[in-house]
Design a protein around this ligand. Structure first.
Ligand code: HAM
Length: 419
């Protein structure tokens, strides 16, 4: 019979790696709290229209990569390709803006894009992200970036690079888009098929090209900075001032193009040179028009999302070793004692020890071998004699010392140990 395997572009997280995930998740929860963000969890499936309208019908994410299908009741459903649109849907649906004029939210979970899998790019990947909904001030942009920077730094990634840009307000972008199209039109025949299509649908994406001839053409194209309004310019300058104040280094990248349509003004990415071609660990920006366009009140917002697999890829070579709590392995070769060792395990766990209890009924030798294999610090051994005398042998597996302890004193014994 054919063996069933994971679907292309999806991965199992095996026990050897799940500790790394938990460690990263802990860092995210901790820092989100330090910055005053509360967790929000939204469904993995949504009406496809949310993403069509939210991210933009002509983006690659929606037009080429989104998993969607017509459900039995004829609604078109999609696996979320990102979480910002879902968070905004939830913000509107539950009137979160009425509870507080500024909602600081964070989230993590799987997202899905049908991309060509490669190192750092999966079809099911995990994002964590934050959305600060309610403030249009530049200090909010700086706060969000600082939180992302802090999490990546604490996760242990040393070669971080923050790229910063502003794509201006809608007014500025419309003018710029027209100028860019006018500039590129005479070169149309020299553009790739994809870029020719983008010239109609999404001209700003052409700036993101990897095609050498197109890069040459773009070198002399108009730049968005020349189209900023006074407000755009001042907002962007203040974001930079605040980042300088908290000593987060950044470089300005006028060609930074994000793959989602909802951005206004500040956009940013944090990259690492250690993880190959898919180098963006985190991306985000301001999206002042999205809430209104999805049916909510006109509310400014800024946020980011980061790829958790990419972060783990970046730290797999230089992470600190996680300290595991002391492990006690309960070795039991006496059938009559199988009930009482359950009780011993329960008591030791309540003291905070990781307790492994033999359930394979192996020989004493095999159980001791197993205790060593899983790096246990202590073996608590119950044989026939110990069971009769209501004692246990406690063996320190680091120094080999062994002592007999009365079962009734066992918990106090472990309580008094300073490990
Ligand atoms: P995004 O740039 O599309 O932005 O994705 C954010 C991050 O998710 C990327 O920087 C990358 O690390 C990770 N990522 C994206 N696609 C994949 C993939 N196929 N495989 C592995 N990792 C991937 C957003 O999703 C926006 N919602 C960010 C945002 C939040 N903007 C404002 N608020």
């Amino acid at each position: 019979m054919n063996q069933i395997r994971t679907i292309k572009g999806t991965h199992d997280v095996l026990p050897d790696n799940s500790k790394d995930w938990q460690r990263l998740e802990k860092i995210i929860h901790k820092n989100a709290s330090l910055f005053g963000y509360n967790e929000i969890r939204t469904p993995i499936i949504e009406e496809a229209g949310l993403f069509n309208r939210g991210i933009g019908e002509n983006t690659d994410i929606v037009s080429k990569e989104m998993y969607s299908w017509v459900d039995r009741d004829n609604t078109t459903i999609a696996l979320r390709p990102e979480m910002t649109a879902s968070v905004v849907r939830s913000f509107i649906q539950h009137s979160l803006g009425n509870q507080s004029s500024l909602q600081r939210l964070y989230y993590m979970g799987p997202s899905f894009r049908r991309e060509r899998p490669q190192k750092g790019r999966q079809r099911q990947f995990h994002q964590f992200g934050v959305e600060a909904i309610g403030s249009n001030n530049p200090e909010q942009d700086a706060e969000v970036i600082a939180l992302g920077w802090q999490i990546l730094s604490e996760a242990g990634i040393s070669n971080l690079e923050l790229k910063l840009s502003s794509i201006g307000s809608e007014d500025c972008r419309n003018k710029y888009r027209n100028e860019l199209v006018n500039f590129l039109k005479p070169y149309k025949s020299k553009l790739s098929k994809v870029s020719q299509q983008r010239l109609i649908n999404n001209p700003l994406r052409i700036l993101d090209t990897k095609n050498k001839d197109e890069i040459d053409i773009i070198k002399s194209s108009p730049i968005i900075e020349d189209f900023y309004t006074k407000e755009d310019r001042s907002h962007f300058k203040q974001v930079q001032d605040y980042l300088n104040a908290i000593e987060i280094p950044f470089s300005l990248d006028p060609l930074l193009v994000r793959g989602l349509d909802y951005y206004t003004q500040t956009t940013f990415e944090i990259i690492s040179n250690d993880i190959g071609a898919q180098d963006a660990l985190l991306g985000g920006g301001r999206y002042d028009g999205l809430i209104k366009s999805l049916g909510g009140k006109d509310t400014p917002a800024v946020g980011f999302a980061a790829g958790m697999e990419r972060i783990l890829l970046a730290i797999s070579t230089n992470k600190d070793n996680e300290k595991t709590r002391p492990i006690i392995y309960i070795v039991c070769v006496e059938k009559d004692a199988l009930g009482s060792v359950q009780k011993i395990a329960k008591g030791l766990r309540s003291l905070g020890y990781n307790v492994l209890l033999e359930t394979m009924r192996r020989s004493m030798k095999a159980q001791m071998r197993e205790a060593n294999r899983c790096d246990a610090n202590f073996a608590v051994i119950v044989g026939e004699q110990e069971n009769n005398e209501k004692t246990v042998q406690v063996k320190n597996l680091n120094d080999g010392n062994q002592e007999t302890i009365d079962q009734k004193n066992l918990f106090n014994h472990f309580k008094s140990l300073t490990i």
